[in-house]
Design a protein around this ligand. Structure first.
Ligand code: G16
Length: 544
């Protein structure tokens, strides 16, 4: 088999965002586009010759073609072995699990996460390092730098590898091992949670759960774990067949896009527990009967109940949350006498804290929760954690959340997204806020007075690296907060995200609709940022 060196030219739009490079499928299909980025990854690495790489994706359109290209390029660049998921499938958490379990050099994940798929949908690629986590900024910066000076890439001329058959084959000198995509991950879950208690709960004849895989990657994992290993009835998992276009849906587990699940859980004769996960299986949404658990509360509740779960029974070293996530977990950390770290948005910022054992649980408002068991957020892990708590406490989801609020107070929380805003308008909105920041302190908006206003900057406590301009924060003297930032994961125009939070200690006032409880802050956000005028939009596209 011959190695071909193909001349190419740099693309100027290959800077990885919050989570790797995400673009329209049609962009990745442009001649050399994917190959350039893959070569840039390899060129920015050192010492990988003869080493093992893990490759897998969420099964979306173009996954299989991309994997064949990556395998041939890995062989041409001198990797010794590639472990690839059967059918080209590996969820993001499973990839992280496999990188760690087999001590591989790193991994490549093909996914655009919660973004829609199909020929006109989105595709994505990201590199994970040997701890199993997304490459930190210094690595993604190096990849981007390589992409800007690239003039050729190497690829093996060889027939495609059969991705459907388990076992080993060879591409020139490199071994390709097609692995079962579920087994290692499911074993890890069994080692963390009390499967016997969860099995009893799921088979006791009255507890009912519904898991919506949104036709995305967790279908195979959820059938195996909930129905086969834990004995739940066969119809527990809905939309459980992974499809290249996610059945035309938007594989984002929130109240808007997981509407079938929401209708079931808020309908008549609703099950006790509902959950959904996203395109690549790292996000989760948790519902009780007629009840939604905000991701920030979910992290706080998992932390407060961690001792009930075998994998965490010895306690937590710390908690970490992204800056825009509500401060509910901070209250639990204070009670437990442990640190709560505040990082920029992006799971990659948790890696160092987890490696240094400074944090055990991490979470984000964007429906991501996880722990030190891997270095990615993990949707099904969060579902199992909740099931384990439900099995021990024998209470409903709603009772558990309300008791939590009684103990710690309630952090009312909501995120308003304005999607597909023209980039120049979105940038103007953020720039205007930055200019207004110095004059905001002390300013009165109705009964709210601004206590501080800044652009969040993070210094990593482990390696000292600094990340600036991570979101404009406006804090008020009563502890409430508004955060503005632009999404780093969209592929069309810009998405303006506005995060709103207020704290209510009085249990008598815990039953408000968050949009009502936050009404004052919503109005202030518009007054300060002129959102409606600048975006030209009457209301947010998505409210979570
Ligand atoms: C990614 C990141 C998360 C982040 C989310 C949203 O998740 O890993 O850390 O919170 O995007 O980011 P943004 O607000 O910049 O769009 P995923 O599930 O898309 O990989």
């Amino acid at each position: 088999m011959a190695i071909k060196t193909v001349p190419t030219q740099p693309f100027n739009d290959q800077k990885p965002g919050t989570s790797g490079l995400r673009k329209k499928v049609t962009v990745f299909q442009k001649p050399h586009y994917l190959e350039n980025f893959v070569q840039s990854i390899f060129d920015s690495l050192q010492g990988y010759k003869g080493q093992t790489l893990v490759v897998g994706g969420d099964g979306r359109y173009y996954n299989r073609q991309a994997i064949q290209i990556i395998l041939k390029m890995a062989a041409a660049s001198g990797f010794g072995r590639v472990m690839v998921g059967q059918f080209g499938i590996l969820s993001t958490p499973a990839t992280s699990c496999i990188i760690r379990k087999y001590n591989t050099f790193g991994g490549i994940i093909l996914s655009a996460s919660h973004n829609p798929g199909g020929p006109d949908g989105d595709f994505g690629i990201k590199y994970n390092i040997s701890n199993g986590g997304p490459a930190p900024e210094k690595v993604t910066d190096a990849i981007y730098a390589s992409s800007q000076s690239l003039n050729s890439y190497k690829i093996l001329e060889a027939p495609d590898v059969d991705l459907d058959k388990l076992g080993e084959s060879k591409l020139d000198n490199m071994v390709v091992e097609v692995i079962d995509c579920v087994a290692d991950y499911a074993e890890l879950m069994e080692s963390l949670f009390d499967f016997n208690s969860i099995r009893k709960l799921l088979t006791n004849g009255h507890f009912r759960m519904c898991m919506d895989s949104l036709h995305a990657v967790t279908g195979s994992y959820a059938h195996n774990i909930f129905e086969e290993r834990l004995g739940a009835p066969k119809n527990t998992v809905i939309n459980g067949t992974p499809l290249e276009d996610f059945g035309g849906g938007h594989p984002d587990p929130n109240l808007v896009y997981a509407h079938q699940l929401v209708e079931i859980l808020f309908g008549e004769n609703a099950p006790d527990f509902g959950a959904a996960s996203d395109g690549d299986g790292d996000r989760n949404m948790i519902l009780g009967r007629h009840f939604f658990v905000t991701p920030s509360d979910s992290l706080a509740i998992l932390a407060a109940n961690a001792k009930l779960v075998p994998g965490y029974s010895s306690g937590l070293t710390g908690i970490a949350r992204s800056m825009p996530t509500s401060q509910a977990p901070d209250r639990v950390a204070a009670q437990l006498g442990i640190e709560c770290y505040e990082t920029p948005t992006g799971w990659k910022f948790f890696g160092n804290l987890l490696d240094a054992d400074k944090a055990t649980l991490c979470g984000e408002e964007s429906f991501g929760t996880g722990s030190n068991h891997i270095r990615e957020k993990d949707g099904l892990w969060a579902v199992l954690f909740w099931l384990n708590i439900l099995a021990v406490r024998q209470q409903s989801v709603e009772e558990i959340v309300k008791e939590h609020w009684q103990t710690y107070g309630r952090n009312y929380y909501s995120r308003h997204d304005y999607e597909e805003v023209a980039s120049d308008r979105a940038n103007t909105l953020i720039e205007n806020l930055r200019s207004a920041m110095p004059s905001l302190k002390g300013k009165q908006f109705g009964s709210s007075q601004v206590e501080y206003s800044d652009d969040f900057s993070y210094t990593d406590p482990i390696d000292g690296s600094i990340s600036q301009k991570q979101g404009v924060r406006i804090g008020f003297t009563d502890g409430s907060r508004i955060v503005f930032r632009l999404s780093g994961t969209g592929t069309q125009g810009a998405t303006v995200r506005i995060y709103l939070e207020s704290y209510e200690p009085d249990p008598a006032k815990h039953n408000l609709d968050p949009q009502d409880a936050l009404g004052n802050l919503i109005a202030i956000a518009d007054e300060i940022a002129q959102i409606h005028t600048l975006t030209g939009m009457e209301k947010p596209t998505v409210i979570t």
